[in-house]
Design a protein around this ligand. Structure first.
Ligand code: SF4
Length: 430
């Protein structure tokens, strides 16, 4: 897909926290910084700056033992000040200078100031398709690390995928490491059930996990096609190993495929044999990985009940990464694309309490002033890693490219890319 030939007129709207506060009745709280902490991150919180060496920006992501996966690097060069009054004009000039050579992709959870410069907006599935179809030399991916990896796998070798801030990771993706998954598979092999098990891996995973999936005859899925992916897997094998989001796996198995909760078991990578018995693993139809999204995992049944009491007639619309008890009592469940479409198609005056990332909910509120849109949580919380991409980083990345310097390129090693591509292509073929 060709990039825009010129920069369209852009009215950049800097994120207005006061609007959010009105909708949510709360200001951006400091505890949001912890919201995406994984067990691994929490384990590492005690590490001091002096222990981290050069990894000053990502202390929480590791101990400095696995530099490849920790991705904790600072932006080199001159990152513009966020207060630079010329930031928007600099962005327009750099974007115009890049022209068709660049395609800017913006995930729905990005800040407004970044979305304003996106040629295409979408969820991870739509953006993966857009990257695959693009011929642009540079794909500037305003999303998180695993999305940029998928884009690199799906694009040709002469295209370069840029992530404006390398620290834009995903806590869910970090909850399944390649070693942990390999260990799980070895245990399933020892029990004689690996050859009956098809891996189904959510897009929100590292390239290494996608590679494992492709190598073992599985498929990638997104929240849009999880049902088809799991049906396909059960037509090929007797069991599914679903990685890394337990909630999407459980919700799809029970609410879309008609399996029971007892057909699903939860593999805890921090316990011997996943904390399960051989009999439990043999009996299970779906082995769920113990991972979750720290943003969607926040929504609770209490929050659903509270908003229904407070706003009579409100409909609750949630993402399938939410917990099963929340999804079970929601009025509508769907991917970010479904959420956007549902609100757009609803009549004026309708009321929606939405359980997904706050940037998107806030934007929906501004785009549909004729509807009442509220956030399904009392506490305001963004995806903090997604929010690392801001206008200064985007300007820095674009200006660097204009100057001939390729910065923050995401490149997946060929041996990992080979099987990852197999798994991604299997998904696109579903
Ligand atoms: S919203 Fe959740 S799954 Fe999506 S990037 Fe953020 S932490 Fe990861």
């Amino acid at each position: 897909m060709a990039a825009a030939t010129s920069v369209r007129e852009i009215d950049v709207e800097v994120v207005d926290v006061s609007v959010v506060s009105v909708v949510m009745g709360s200001a951006y709280p400091s505890q949001c910084a912890d919201a995406t902490a994984t067990p691994l991150m929490r384990e590492n919180v005690g590490m001091s700056t002096s222990q981290s060496g050069a990894l000053t920006n990502l202390l929480l992501l590791g101990r400095g033992q696995d530099l490849e996966s920790e991705r904790g690097v600072s932006c080199t060069g001159d990152l513009p000040e966020a207060s630079d009054p010329d930031l928007i004009s600099r962005a327009k000039i750099a974007r115009a200078a890049l022209g068709n050579r660049a395609l800017v992709l913006g995930h729905h959870y990005q800040r407004d100031e970044v979305i304003a410069f996106a040629d295409i907006t979408g969820d991870s599935f739509k953006l993966a398709q857009a990257a695959e179809q693009s011929t642009a030399e540079y794909i500037i991916f305003c999303g998180v690390h695993f999305m940029a990896e998928s884009a690199d796998i799906l694009t040709s070798t002469n295209q370069k995928v840029i992530l404006p801030d390398l620290a834009a990771g995903c806590s869910m993706a970090d909850m399944a490491t390649a070693n942990q998954v390999q260990e799980c598979w070895s245990q399933l092999s020892a029990l004689g059930i690996a050859d009956k098990t098809i891996p189904v891996t959510y897009m929100n995973s590292s390239a290494a996990i996608k590679s494992f999936t492709g190598e073992n005859g599985g498929t990638i899925c997104t929240s849009s096609n999880a049902k088809q992916s799991m049906e396909w897997a059960l037509s090929k094998g007797e069991k599914i190993l679903f990685l890394p989001d337990q909630h999407l796996g459980r919700n799809t198995a029970v609410l879309s495929l008609g399996l029971s909760l007892s057909d699903c078991v939860l593999w805890n990578p921090w316990k011997p044999m996943g904390g399960l018995t051989a009999d439990q693993l043999r009996a299970a139809k779906v082995i769920l990985w113990r991972g979750h999204c720290s943003v969607h995992g926040r929504f609770t049944v209490d929050a659903v009940n509270e908003v229904r009491n407070r706003l009579p007639g409100v409909k609750v619309l949630v993402h399938p990464e939410c917990q099963h008890d929340v999804v079970s009592i929601a009025d509508v469940v769907g991917s970010t694309e479904v959420i956007i479409r549902t609100v757009k198609q609803s009549p004026a005056g309708s009321k929606w309490a939405i359980g997904t990332e706050l940037n998107l909910v806030s934007r929906l509120g501004k785009t549909h002033p004729d509807k009442e849109i509220v956030f399904l949580d009392k506490t305001v919380c963004y995806c903090s890693t997604m929010n690392r991409i801001d206008l200064p980083h985007l300007v820095w990345a674009m200006e660097s490219l204009v100057a001939g310097h390729v910065v923050n390129q995401i490149k997946v090693a060929p041996d990992i890319a080979r099987f990852s591509k197999l798994a991604l292509e299997q998904m696109l073929a579903l």
